[in-house]
Design a protein around this ligand. Sequence first.
Ligand SMILES: *Cc1c(COP(=O)(O)O)cnc(C)c1O
Length: 457
Amino acid sequence: MALPWRMRTIIEPFRIKSVEPIHMTTREHREEALRKAHFNLFLLKAHDVLIDLLTDSGTGAMSSEQWAGVMRGDESYAGADSFFHFERCLQEITGFEHILPTHQGRASERILFELVGGPGKVVPNNTHFDTTLANVEHSGARAVNLPIEQASDPKNRHPFKGNMDVRALEALIDEVGVERIPLVMVTVTNNSGGGQPVSLENLRAVRAVCDRHGLPLFLDACRFAENAWFIKQREAGQQERPVRQIAREMFDLADGATISAKKDGLVNIGGVLLMRDEALFRRATSLLILTEGYVTYGGLAGRDLEAMAQGFREVLREDYLAYRIRSTEYLGERLLSMGVQIIEPPGGHAVYVDAQAFCPHIPAEQFPGQAVVCELYRAGGIRACEIGSVMFGRHSRPKMELVRLAIPRRVYTQSHIDYVLEVFEDLHKKRDDLRGLRIVEEPEALRHFTAKFEEIV
Ligand SMILES: *Cc1c(COP(=O)(O)O)cnc(C)c1O
């Protein structure tokens, strides 16, 4: 990466051409909005949020070139130029021959697991993302997570905390029998494990196990570029390689991939299903046509395909990745230095705050993570996401009570992040005043989206 001089400040590698106002609100207004939303931030109107860190999915800003692509989009039903542009671009980056567009990551997962899943099957992953898990199980198969042991210790600074436990994979294959495993999946970066990267060494080791047993390896490659950047920074011997080459090696080790383009595709909607196997591709094509759309648009418009093609190109720019990963790290390291425990080291797309450590006086059954997200909103108009007993605790206690601060791509500047830090600093001083919550109404499944709460006084 050619820098004009040794920069200490990693600046945003873009200037702003179009702006979208965000809304300043008073504490009284937010108090009222929070009450009306029954203390569930998913039920807030986005208009009432100042800094929205709920998710990094589909919330990024497109570049001027992507918007130009939107205008160029070929909306022909079949054989559109935009499809061939998209296909060529993904073939170049990934090396996979067969490229299917889908409307988002979960559509790729649904097609894949409808074809290879089913009752009696077992699918290993370093950690299944929640939609992946749901799609594996919807097919009747069992999803098994095999993260390395270090992943569950928030203070462990393992450089590749997203790695799969290769010995546990061998043991699982021995235990259930190779014929019951349709494929092995590795998620890069490991979203549910804190946005932590997977090393090339680990991918090669997983590949070797797959080869020994004749198993296909698929990547959940939503954040392939962020993962490749971490490899360049942290893995021995990788510092001089272009990120694009590292990303290509990751894909070369796999037989296929599912991607949500709402992450490293730098678009607001879109997904991809990629594979080498011709027979599987033919079956996937039939399902795609049945439920998503014809093969050359897959449930999207031609303009979406243009925006994706350009986004996948831009995401591999090293000045972008340096800024992206550095800005997440900046937030994480500053929180740590003020005494807020996070999952260390900071992830690629998000910082995960240990809410139980933040307010030890609130027991897990009174949702410390929810208490923190409510107060972040009340105090500063910031929206974050509870990942703890609200999300996962209906039937059992999750291992950790977390608050995720996910960073949308190219949306906020350093001063926005400094503001978030200021709010956190105040909150940290007053953390003993935080109150727990109880659920007063909840749906059967995925309760975090719609449950209603009240504060315990
Ligand atoms: C977001 C995500 C998905 C699902 O993608 P959608 O576009 O939201 O359907 C799958 N896996 C991982 C790791 C993700 O982050």
